[in-house]
Design a protein around this ligand. Sequence first.
Ligand SMILES: *[C@@H]1O[C@H](CO)[C@@H](O)[C@H](O)[C@H]1NC(C)=O
Ligand SMILES: *[C@@H]1O[C@H](CO)[C@@H](O)[C@H](O)[C@H]1NC(C)=O
Ligand SMILES: *[C@@H]1O[C@H](CO)[C@@H](O)[C@H](O)[C@H]1NC(C)=O
Ligand SMILES: *[C@@H]1O[C@H](CO)[C@@H](O)[C@H](O)[C@H]1NC(C)=O
Length: 365
Amino acid sequence: MFKLLLTAALAVVGVCQNYSPPKNSTNSTYNNPIVNEGADPWMFRHDDYYYLTYSNNVNVTLFRSKSLTDWNGADSKLVFAPPPGMNYSTDLWAPEIHYLNGNWYAIFTADPLNDSPPPEVEMWCEYNCPAVHHRMFVVEGTGSNPWEAVWEYKAELDTYDQFAIDGTYFQHKDQLYHIYSCWHRKYDGWPANLCITKLENPWTVSSPFSERQIISVPEYPWEKTPFGRAGNDRLSSNEGPQQLTNSKTGQQFLIYSAARSDNRNYCLAQLELVGEDPMNPGDWRKHPQPVFYQNPTQKSYGIGHASFTTSPDDSEDWIVYHGMKDPTNGWSARTIRAQKFDWNEDGTPNFPRPGYGPYEVPSGQ
Ligand SMILES: *[C@@H]1O[C@H](CO)[C@@H](O)[C@H](O)[C@H]1NC(C)=O
Ligand SMILES: *[C@@H]1O[C@H](CO)[C@@H](O)[C@H](O)[C@H]1NC(C)=O
Ligand SMILES: *[C@@H]1O[C@H](CO)[C@@H](O)[C@H](O)[C@H]1NC(C)=O
Ligand SMILES: *[C@@H]1O[C@H](CO)[C@@H](O)[C@H](O)[C@H]1NC(C)=O
């Protein structure tokens, strides 16, 4: 085992010899990372500002900047800090903030006990399952401006008292859906799949459990960890789903993260809605390869958990994601990055290779 690791480390050192650190940005260029430490970034643009939130484990904090790529000294505002002793008091992960029906909705993952379920719960899991009590929660911000909104805890988003993380809203033909990372059964532990349910409003699920659908499971070797070991469920995940719409063709994609978030193989993958019904697993088509993944020549590893926004003049699409700056320090190596991306002729997104730049700043910035 040790020998294997050492060989892998040497291989990486070899690859990295060509790497030179980025030159400092000018006002027409920027460098990654845009935030030096952080994971699960969620960015959106509203009026004259970009807004950013990301996992900090203890609360939901919103940052605001005039610039997509410059977050030094950005204003920050507390959206929600949970009271102690609730099912959502600890381990707040992957917050997202959506504008729906005239109000703002912060949706996030949390658990009651710092990921330490009592042994009498743990014992039911096939593998260890620290996240067995993670669920999805919604906080509502009333008003049309996210900075001025008054935020209040609204509800747990029903996932049938089963594991749920990284939930997002998906909209299609006036119907709202909840798509989140789920297990097949309550105590599975692994693999993590993508589940979908129908919503009546941003905090109320209308599907009974019998209608919950699993639209993606880790099936390819690159969705499983360790990479390439066939028939391996443990550490194999589909998570971090995000809706991405091609505004020219109307094609709907779900970009999600696959494999395992604490190592180099974490990557972004793609489902396309090729039928009419997001609740029908057969209406989704998975791309057979990852679409955005590690780039060791630029020290970019463990690429995942993206969100999408546009340049200030609306002419460019941008991906905001996290990556590990080294392959060995796991979650603590994650930083937040942003890059422009284009579209292929068939209407699918055409992501660049992840890196540090310098890159041109967003058009209109
Ligand atoms: C880039 O900026 C940093 C911090 O301001 C400075 O220490 C460094 O020398 C600069 N590097 C170059 C290549 O100008
Ligand atoms: C960027 O713009 C600011 C404000 O206009 C200016 O003070 C600064 O010198 C510029 N920096 C560079 C590297 O051009
Ligand atoms: C929210 O959590 C962050 C990270 O722990 C902390 O730095 C910040 O002070 C908290 N905000 C408030 C208002 O408590
Ligand atoms: C808290 O979580 C437990 C375990 O999932 C559940 O049984 C209980 O009903 C939850 N409490 C509330 C108030 O929702």
